[in-house]
Design a protein around this ligand. Structure first.
Ligand code: URA
Length: 241
């Protein structure tokens, strides 16, 4: 098979939703050396979503999930909380210790900050919404050990559920909190400082990227705090004006 045929074959499998393909028999070094390196772009969008999906169906399908190693140390799966018909969805990275214990997203220190940010910004801007009016979830639903960043395969596996949550809610806008959420939603190689404060798109839904509340909790981040408040103002006015 020549490189063009090989590429076409790989693209065919990628479009079917396959993310990785492996050889059963290892290549000899000499064979490996002559094989071209073919890089396929990671698909930004998984292609297959069930029709008539709902948050309840997704939750049932997640079940007592054992699809990746994050199941080994979690106490509770943290699916999401808030208004399932919300016009706005916030996406974080993954549960921390408090969330793992309570089964709810953003209930620890970062969560308290997020609540204040939403409630206070909306109140100051004269917008009639509170945290309980929006929907909040994470890229991965199980706590990564020591709160480490989720690994690419964990994000891929759990990402399918995040995408289904978003498609089932169909919000007017999404807020990606931090770079893990940004990476999960946007096929972008930019850093968070460049991407924040601007509109992007996931499928046809506008996405505002901003800093993760945990980052804002660090004391030296006064400038980042000001920027995050500006991002939130833009987002809330877009969704609720
Ligand atoms: N950080 C997150 O990204 N998500 C949570 O739910 C809590 C902290």
């Amino acid at each position: 098979m020549n490189p063009d045929q090989l590429r076409a074959r790989l693209e065919f499998y990628r479009d079917l939703g396959f993310e990785s393909i492996y050889r059963r028999t290892p290549l000899h070094a000499a064979q490996a050396a002559v094989l071209p390196v073919i890089e396929l772009e990671r698909p930004a969008l998984p292609k297959l979503e069930p029709e008539d999906d709902s948050l309840d169906k997704i939750l049932i399908e997640i079940g007592d999930c054992r699809r990746c190693r994050l199941c080994e140390q979690r106490s509770t799966i943290v699916f999401g909380s808030g208004n399932p018909r919300s016009a706005l969805v916030f996406v974080g990275e993954g549960p921390g210790a408090d969330e793992d214990e309570q089964g709810l997203p953003f209930v620890g220190r970062a969560g308290q900050l997020l609540t204040q940010m939403i409630d206070n910004t909306a109140a100051r801007e004269g917008l009639p919404i509170r945290r309980s009016d929006v929907y909040i979830c994470n890229v991965v639903k199980c706590r990564p050990p020591e709160n480490r960043t989720p690994l690419p395969d964990e994000m891929d596996i759990c990402g399918q559920f995040l995408y289904r949550q978003l498609l089932s809610i169909r919000p007017k806008a999404i807020c990606a909190l931090g770079s893990t959420a940004m990476k999960a939603l946007l096929n972008s190689k930019e850093g968070i400082t460049k991407s924040r404060g601007r509109w992007h798109k996931w499928r046809d839904i506008p996405v505002m990227v901003t800093y993760h509340p945990s980052y804002l909790l660090r004391q030296y981040n006064q400038q980042a705090k000001r920027e995050a408040w500006e991002d939130l103002k833009t987002l809330l006015h877009y969704v609720y004006d």
